[in-house]
Design a protein around this ligand. Structure first.
Ligand code: C2E
Ligand code: MG
Ligand code: MG
Length: 575
């Protein structure tokens, strides 16, 4: 058995160590609370004895810190101190100490306290192990959280539905999923991830247990998805309240292994008999609603409706069709020209993906790009777009055109694994495109990825000589400090601001601020979605350098795009 002693007074520490070693314990000695905390984290002692008054971190602080860590949350702690007031003792016990012995202590008293604490801990561990083993042997329970598993939930749900009669009897199923849970597992490790799931399960269970436990049940469906069956909720408004209450429980901070984590969760719900009359579809519907909530916003709640099923079916159809779209030559790249406002000269093109499915017709990238991102096929498609656009630019250079750039959109998924710089290098090499002609458009959602690795990837791309632009600027999450650290050449003002720029003072002000800010960071600005000369004139007065939009040209196939080299002045007769 390993005992950790935290004591700043050397002679007391040595005495204690000697006494415990004589009893056959292995002893780790720490000279203050901080030292003790680090040792406890590294070597998982079976018991801790701590003094109260110590430099750096006192005994109270040590107890509190140990209790907040998953691995030491239940380690027995005995406080040993000359502070003998009842208040001192209560403070220690309240923080989670198991015993408090006052100095000068009697040897027998301390040894008895140690052996009784160790014996109690051993029997608790054994009981927990038994519970876990039983739970995992019994597939009906989830081994990690000890909540019912899917099979057990199905049974209880069927019982609840069978018990329904009359019009006021409804049963609701609420699916809950933690937002961004996989990031916790990836960045802080599985132990912390498991701790979060256990805590989430405990909160849900304890909340529902206050009501009629035989009717309401919560289970874990796997991963970070939980499901609750609620029987006492009689209308949609009450269901929304109940679901929102569950969401706020899950959104309270999590203290796991010394980390304080802030998470949100989404919920989707379905009601029997309003949406279906079988248990199976009730759960499927709630899952669709959860999926929908997740795609809308973190922390949101959705009640199922039939249109959701159609959306899910359509996504599935696109998902399957996309996998063969490339091989079947259904994808094309269109090019939309970009123009310098002051001179009317053509300065570049944006490559935009187009998909014509033989049966479904033209499908908008706004619809299929998210599906391609979800399935990961965007990586293959994105590579193809970059190659095709680069080859097109080389063909135009060969025709004698120059002074233009070719912008390609990148999905955040293309940043995973840092293969992007290699891809860019390869495409430039294979096509022979000069690096400075290629521009990569990234979006603000990159800011939600790991900053360090995306920054590295962007700098690496930049060092190859390509340009970088921030697309759809102003619509997402971008802190100024973050923006400054990114090696961007240009900001693209999102078309949602440009659309109302001449009527809406707010949009005009935002656009003006974006232009000023970009310039102060040494970036240029291009406005997207310019459709009218009024918008163009307004942008000119704000000092915006370039524009792209239907006013000059829609995205068009390469053979049309090449005609744009004569520029804006050449195309529209001066007024
Ligand atoms: P985006 O990169 O912001 O592209 C600009 C979008 O605005 C294009 O929509 C373009 O057709 C449209 N647009 C341009 N001028 C005007 C205008 O004057 N008025 C209006 N109303 N719209 C205008 P599109 O082609 O439907 O693409 C939608 C989005 O799909 C793109 O937004 C981009 O985020 C994504 N996307 C397109 N191609 C690719 C691609 O190859 N890879 C990736 N990852 N995403 C792509
Ligand atoms: Mg773009
Ligand atoms: Mg855009």
């Amino acid at each position: 058995m390993k005992i950790l002693i935290a004591e700043d007074e050397p002679s007391l520490r040595e005495n204690l160590q000697w006494m415990l070693e004589m009893e056959g314990y292995t002893v780790l000695a720490a000279c203050d609370g901080r030292d003790a905390f680090e040792r406890a984290c590294d070597s998982a002692p079976d018991l801790v004895i701590t003094d109260v008054m110590m430099p750096h971190l006192d005994g109270y602080g040590l107890v509190k810190a140990l209790r907040e860590r998953e691995s030491t949350a239940t380690t027995p702690i005995i406080m040993l101190s000359a502070k003998a007031d009842r208040g001192d003792i209560r403070a220690g016990m309240n923080l989670g100490a198991d015993d408090y012995i006052t100095k000068p202590y009697r040897r027998e008293e301390l040894l008895a306290a140690i052996s009784s604490r160790l014996a109690r801990k051993a029997s608790l561990d054994e009981a927990a192990l038994r519970l876990r083993t039983e739970a995992s042997q019994d597939q009906q329970y989830d081994a990690l959280t000890t909540l019912p598993g899917k099979e057990q939930f199905d049974k209880r749900l069927a019982t609840a539905l069978a018990g329904c009669s009359g019009t006021r009897n409804v049963v609701s199923v609420v699916c809950l999923g933690l937002d961004g849970f996989s990031k916790i597992n990836d960045s802080l490790g599985k132990i912390v991830g498991d701790g979060v799931l256990r805590e989430a399960a405990k909160r849900l269970f304890e909340h529902l247990d206050q009501f009629d436990a035989s009717l309401n049940v919560v289970a874990r469906l796997g991963g970070d998805t939980f499901v609750a069956c609620l029987t006492g909720v009689h209308d949609q408004a009450a269901l929304e309240c109940a679901a929102t209450e569950l969401l706020s429980l899950l959104a309270a901070p999590y203290l796991v292994d010394g980390n304080t984590l802030f998470l949100t969760a989404c919920a989707g719900a379905s009601i029997y008999p309003l949406h279906t009359d079988t248990a199976h579809t009730l759960l499927l519907n709630a899952e669709s609603a959860l999926h929908h909530a997740k795609s809308c916003a973190p922390g949101s709640y959705w009640l199922f409706d039939a249109a959701m099923n159609r959306q899910v079916a359509r996504r599935l159809q696109l998902h399957n069709a996309l996998h063969v779209a490339l091989e079947r030559d259904e994808l094309q790249v269109f090019y939309q020209p970009q123009v310098r406002i002051e001179t009317g000269d053509l300065v570049g093109f944006e490559a935009l993906l187009r998909w014509q499915h033989p049966a479904l017709g033209w499908i908008s990238p706004a619809e299929f790009i998210p599906v391609a991102e979800e399935s990961g096929i965007i990586i293959k498609i994105g590579e193809w777009v970059m190659r095709t656009a680069a080859a097109q630019a080389v063909a135009w250079l060969a025709l004698g055109h120059s002074g233009f750039r070719m912008a390609v959109n990148l999905s955040v998924r293309q940043f995973a694994g840092n293969n992007l710089p290699n891809l860019v290098r390869k495409v430039l090499h294979d096509t022979g495109l000069p690096a400075q002609v290629l521009e990569l458009e990234v979006t603000e959602s990159l800011a939600l990825q790991s900053v360090a690795s995306t920054l590295g990837t962007l700098h690496e791309c930049k060092s190859l000589g390509v340009k970088l632009a921030m697309d759809d600027f102003g619509t997402g999450y971008s802190s100024l400090s973050y923006l400054k650290r990114y090696p961007l050449n240009a900001l693209k003002i999102d078309q949602s601001f440009v659309r109302n720029i001449t009527q809406d003072a707010g949009d005009a002000a935002i656009t003006q601020a974006i232009v000023a800010m970009a310039h102060s960071f040494g970036m240029s600005v291009i406005a997207e979605g310019v459709e009218t000369t009024e918008q163009l004139e307004f942008l000119r007065t704000l000092g915006c350098e370039e524009f792209q939009g239907y006013l000059f040209s829609r995205p068009v196939p390469a053979f049309e795009a090449v005609k744009c080299f004569s520029g804006y002045q050449g195309r529209v007769a001066p007024l």
